[in-house]
Design a protein around this ligand. Structure first.
Ligand SMILES: [Cu+2]
Length: 135
């Protein structure tokens, strides 16, 4: 009697392990890669502050999953959910932060609010995280 009960438990555990190992990860993977798209937007970012400013603005946009700005190429790469946000909307966010996004010019009001070193090329080092301006 005791042995039968033990065997039943082992069989149950084996089924549980098989189910969790085989079925679950496969489902999770398809769901993850299905709902995301990637876009690269060329911006007018200049320094580390621009990078932080832009990445924060994009990351706080609904539907954005990941963001990275490469200061050497000024390319902003965004991974997003196309059901929640579009590439055009992302360019608008970049513009409203004060930067050019591909052929979309920077929003003038936002641009004027940027610290001086973020407005013109060569005003501050791209590796600097702060240019000393008060803002
Ligand atoms: Cu800057």
């Amino acid at each position: 009697m005791k042995a039968t009960k033990y065997f039943f438990l082992v069989a149950l555990m084996a089924v549980a392990i098989l189910l969790s190992a085989g079925v679950q990860p496969a489902q999770a993977q398809t769901a993850k890669s299905k709902g995301s798209e990637e876009v690269t937007i060329t911006t007018s970012a200049l320094c580390g502050m621009c990078k932080t400013r832009l990445e924060t603005a994009i990351y706080n946009t609904k539907g954005v999953k990941a963001v990275n700005l490469d200061l050497d190429s000024k390319a902003l790469t965004v991974k997003y959910n196309p059901k929640k946000v579009s590439a055009d909307k992302l360019r608008t966010v970049v513009s409203n932060t004060g930067y050019r996004a591909d052929d979309v010019p920077a929003n003038e009001i936002a641009f004027n609010k940027l610290p001086n070193c973020c407005k013109s090329a060569g005003a501050c080092s791209k590796t600097e995280s702060s240019c000393g301006d008060k803002h």
